[in-house]
Design a protein around this ligand. Structure first.
Ligand code: AMP
Ligand code: MG
Length: 354
């Protein structure tokens, strides 16, 4: 890959600097790449309608090119050009959740190159709510293809400093818009099937979707059943993702027993000279041996906290050169389901019982 100078600029969402936004937009229109903030995680953007731009995104991320990109739009009027049809269920979800952390799958139109969709005849589309993201998408011509702005396999970036870590020298510009509000990638829903189906869990939960649609929403079996032989419908879900450099193990069980187990396994590792980290909560942080590097994923009472902090914590463990991490498990309902989905992938399915 050709090495380049990456310009890093900060933008205040309450006072958007049009000159910088227009400069970023122009980079995209000319076929370059810009990383930008969204409410979910930072995106690595290129012109979604330009096949060369999509190729550059795969190269910058080191991502397999069969893993399609999401096209980000800023105006609902722009949806028509890139899809063949808008099913009634999709329209209901647009009304309720856009702009916001929901991606939908549509049959793609001719305007969308196969390079952007990883060879699929469908296209994933999202309208983010982040103000900087929307201004940037408009300045870029309306169609910004973007995966998360991390190197393939690493935790998604929720702060610009992590984008700089992964993307410096690989893209033209990074827009720093502060911390991502949600902290996990969007929920992906397929509305081209008979029944709407969740392909990736996220902040918008099954219950929220069912409430908006007034019908049952299914799960892609491949993401909820470990023994399922068919590949996931969202090609990206088949890869090991979000991995910190350390080995990560999830410990399940009753609160006191989990702490006891982690303390004993952790001490063993410390005795072998290893740096040990623990992912706990505000309520349990005091239960662990102070020899460990203990991080809180927020309050047990607020499921949004763990979603918000998980990727940041995984990156911090890398910065601290932690070698072995033990994590408590989180509530598997609502957004907790999405958090657990990412945590299990980060752990490479290493789960033990206390
Ligand atoms: P990322 O932006 O890094 O979160 O990755 C985008 C996710 O969207 C990946 O998991 C892709 O597999 C998924 N995706 C994108 N386009 C499609 C599509 N047409 N059908 C199914 N999944 C898709
Ligand atoms: Mg990603």
């Amino acid at each position: 890959m050709e090495k380049m100078e990456t310009k890093v600029v900060a933008i205040d969402s309450n006072n958007i600097d049009e000159t910088i936004i227009n400069e970023a937009g122009l980079i995209i229109k000319r076929g370059g790449l810009v990383a930008f903030p969204t409410e979910t995680v930072y995106g690595l953007g290129g012109d979604g309608l330009n096949p060369e731009s999509s190729k550059k995104i795969y190269a910058a991320k080191g991502r397999p090119s069969d893993n399609p990109l999401i096209i980000h739009i800023a105006d609902i009027k722009d949806l028509e050009k890139i899809v063949k049809a808008i099913p009634e269920s999709a329209m209901k979800l647009v009304d309720r959740f856009w702009p916001g952390p929901l991606t939908m799958i549509f049959e793609k139109s001719e305007a969308v190159p196969l390079e952007t969709t990883g060879g699929l005849e469908t296209v994933a589309v999202r309208m983010p709510s982040d103000k900087v993201a929307r201004a940037f998408i408009k300045a870029a011509g309306g169609y910004v293809a973007a995966p998360s702005a991390n190197l393939s396999g690493r935790p998604s970036p929720t702060l610009a400093k992590y984008v700089i870590e992964d993307m410096n020298g690989r893209i033209e510009m990074i827009i720093d818009g502060g911390a991502s509000k949600v902290g996990l990638e969007s929920t992906i829903v397929d509305t081209t099937t008979d029944r709407p189906m969740i392909l990736r869990p996220g902040y918008i939960t099954q219950e929220m979707l069912e409430d908006a649609l007034r019908e049952e929403v299914l799960w892609d079996r491949a993401i909820i059943d470990e023994d399922c032989k068919t590949p996931p419908k969202a090609p990206g879900m088949k890869y090991r993702h979000y991995a910190p450099k350390a080995s990560l193990t999830i410990v399940e069980g009753l609160e006191g027993q989990v702490a006891e187990k982690i303390n004993s396994l952790g001490l063993e590792a410390v005795n072998f000279g290893k740096k040990v980290g623990v992912i706990a909560t505000e309520q349990t942080i005091g239960l662990y041996n102070s020899l460990f590097n203990i991080k809180s994923a927020g309050s047990k009472e607020n499921a949004d906290d763990a979603a918000h902090f998980l990727f940041k914590i995984l990156r911090e463990f890398d910065d601290d050169e932690t070698e072995i991490i033990f994590s408590e498990s989180f509530e598997g309902d609502g957004v907790g389901k999405a958090t657990m989905n990412r945590l299990i992938k980060a752990a490479g399915h290493q789960i033990i019982q206390a």
